[in-house]
Design a protein around this ligand. Structure first.
Ligand SMILES: [Zn+2]
Length: 76
């Protein structure tokens, strides 16, 4: 049985994501709650805003790109 690989960077992971990208995803989801309540943005709109924000860290942006692909592709 092959070890799990991070879907974003291909690094060693204990699930879908490595530690760095798992933490970035948690941060994204936490912030989304705030944005959703304040501005009523959808998950996909939020992910696009995150990617367009130059202040977003690279790990968070990479996870946002991945999650957006999943959300739009639906081929999971
Ligand atoms: Zn990763």
């Amino acid at each position: 049985m092959a070890a799990d690989r991070c879907r974003v960077c291909g690094g060693a992971a204990s699930g879908e994501l490595c530690g760095i990208h798992l933490e970035a995803k948690r941060r994204l989801e936490k912030h989304f709650e705030v944005w959703r309540q304040r501005m009523g943005v959808s998950w996909q709109e939020y992910l696009k805003m995150v990617q367009a924000n130059p202040n977003t860290g690279s790990a968070v942006r990479e996870v946002a790109a991945h999650l957006l692909e999943v959300a739009e592709g639906g081929t999971g």
